[in-house]
Design a protein around this ligand. Structure first.
Ligand code: SAM
Length: 236
């Protein structure tokens, strides 16, 4: 059984459009790009780059970038949209690149899609140069523990967001607008331990709020711990 990404590629490309979905356009792109452009990085790797939107943003800011993703149709679309770019089919758990090849490694909402977190982080750290940055945007473990999509009506007509079995790591199918993919729920401590065990140093942590976009949607995004952005440094 696959994780659904090949089957969902066409719908995913449509969902991203030119500017990405709400979470990207109004929540994550701005802080992620701000972190990526704080220093003059010379070589970036975007692990799980999808159809390449963030690679294009990095390249537009002068950062030479390799995009890596196992979903062939997404990589084909990324290459088509950015003919001068470097897009490769491959998995995070076995990155075909020499040690210390990049000074910026990005995982933009891809950790929840990667089956073997420990192997993937080991590889991301291996290809990172000493002093380099691992920049992560992820769905918060609080949000991935959602029950039935999370939002539910209360008897008085309000809405609450339900989570359960928070400490139990698990794979779950998520489906929306023609996309059906397998995600992994892991508690926040699982990610933090795995990153700390690799000797990385946390340099930045944020839970970005939406800025702009549909007001009612932005309000829902403010009510729930949906996203986090972290920047980790590989010691010299
Ligand atoms: C939610 S999408 C994010 C794509 C892109 N980073 C973005 O923000 O638009 C998750 C991506 O992870 C990729 N993926 C799934 N398994 C992977 C793995 N083992 N290694 C690397 N990427 C993987 C999928 O193909 C998909 O493109």
């Amino acid at each position: 059984m696959t994780d659904g990404w090949e089957e969902s590629a066409v719908a995913w490309i449509a969902e991203m459009g030119d500017r990405g979905d709400f979470s990207r356009e109004f929540v994550l792109d701005t802080p992620m790009l701000a972190r990526a452009t704080r220093r003059p990085y010379r070589a970036a790797l975007d692990v799980g780059c999808g159809e390449g939107r963030f690679c294009r943003m990095l390249r537009a800011n002068g950062i030479p970038t390799v995009g890596l993703d196992p979903t062939r149709e997404l990589i084909a679309r990324a290459a088509e949209r950015d003919p001068g770019g470097d897009y490769r089919v491959g998995v995070a758990e076995a990155i075909e690149a020499p040690d210390a090849a990049f000074d910026l490694v990005v995982s933009y909402l891809s950790l929840i899609d990667i089956p073997d977190l420990d192997a993937a982080l080991a590889e991301m750290v291996r290809v990172l140069a000493p002093g380099g940055t691992l920049l992560i945007a992820n769905l918060n473990g609080f949000a991935t523990a959602a029950v039935g999509g999370g939002w539910t009506r209360t008897p008085l007509g309000g809405r609450i967001f339900k989570i359960d079995h928070y400490l139990e790591e698990r794979a779950e199918w998520a489906a929306w607008r023609g996309i059906r993919v397998q995600n992994r729920h892991r508690p926040l401590s699982r990610y933090l331990r795995a990153l700390l065990e690799r000797g990385l140093i946390l340099r930045h942590f944020d839970e970005p709020a939406p800025s702009g976009g549909d007001a009612a949607k932005a309000d829902r995004y403010r009510r729930v711990p949906l996203f986090l952005v972290m920047e980790w440094e590989k010691p010299r």
